[in-house]
Design a protein around this ligand. Structure first.
Ligand SMILES: C[S@@+](CC[C@H](N)C(=O)[O-])C[C@H]1O[C@@H](n2cnc3c(N)ncnc32)[C@H](O)[C@@H]1O
Ligand code: SF4
Length: 262
């Protein structure tokens, strides 16, 4: 049982986890319109000090599975990545969730193909508020060329999942994402709802179909596209997970219904 938390920069616990999510840093190389991470930390220091890594090292030793998230891990420098990965036993199952912007072919070779990372989850839809306003729908699938490049380098490329947040700009791209996964031999696609308030904060709340931008017509279009993506996935051998979309849409629909009856 965990009996303590971080106090004065020290972790005090009497339990060591087998599965660990490590937040390496909170800085990023983009600013997705829906993401609140940068918002939450304000202008504070977005990178860990050495103390932080020294303090989590015992936890890294005990865990068998380590899932690394940022911010964006590949926004760190090569030296910083060496420092982090140098602290983890290379035999452990290390997975990294990334937008792939900083994951060049060289870096992929060093830390994934020939390195410690055993599994990659690549996020699409890294569109910023400004790009959204400028109608840059191409930014939703920006990472497709990088995914293709990685898939071409290696038969066993270690990309386990492609994931995408579905705001209005991405509603009609679900099947494309599944086809991209099949083309690149990626077995799993996760399509998720937009959570939080950030799109509204950027004055793009109406572009969030799970919030202010909800309508019954849009919800139907999303569910139809999701069902089609699942059909295509089944045919092409890609598992499509859209659970949170269905859950969230039924919740929003219910709240509109209840709100409307008042
Ligand atoms: C917080 S990011 C961190 C790792 C990395 N920077 C990335 O984007 O993959 C992890 C995942 O959360 C998703 N995400 C971030 N903010 C979200 C939000 N408000 N609603 C739904 N998904 C969100 C991202 O798209 C990404 O797939
Ligand atoms: S890439 Fe990840 S951390 Fe960076 S802004 Fe987008 S969701 Fe947030």
């Amino acid at each position: 049982m965990i009996t303590g938390v971080i106090k004065d920069g020290q972790i005090s616990i009497d339990f060591y986890p087998r599965i660990l999510v490590l937040c390496t840093n909170l800085n990023c190389n983009t600013r997705c319109v829906y993401c609140d991470q940068l918002e939450r930390v304000g202008n504070g220091n977005l990178k860990p000090g050495r103390d932080y890594l020294d303090n989590v090292s015992p936890l890294l030793d005990s865990a068998n599975h380590i899932t690394i998230i940022g911010g964006e891990t590949f926004a760190l420098s090569d030296d910083e990545l060496d420092d982090i990965f140098g602290r983890i036993d290379q035999e452990k199952h290390i997975s990294v969730t990334t937008n792939a912007i900083g994951l060049t072919a060289d870096r992929y070779k060093r830390w994934v193909a020939d390195g410690p990372i055993k599994s990659l989850h690549i996020s699409l839809n890294t569109i910023t508020a400004k790009e959204y306003r400028n109608g840059r729908s191409d930014k939703v699938l920006w990472a497709k060329d990088r995914i293709r490049e990685i898939a071409a380098l290696n038969q066993n490329h270690k990309i386990e999942r492609i994931q995408c947040v579905i705001n209005k700009i991405a509603i009609d791209m679900m099947v494309d994402i599944v086809e991209l996964a099949a083309e690149c031999r990626v077995k799993s696609v996760c399509l998720s709802h937009v959570s939080g308030y950030m799109m509204g904060k950027h004055d793009l709340g109406n572009e969030n179909p799970f919030g202010a931008g909800y309508s019954d017509e849009i919800a139907k279009r999303i569910l139809d596209n999701l069902a089609e993506a699942e059909r295509v996935g089944k045919r092409l051998g890609v598992n499509v997970n859209g659970h949170t979309i269905r859950m969230r849409l039924s919740k929003v629909a219910e709240s509109k219904r209840v709100g409307g009856e008042k």
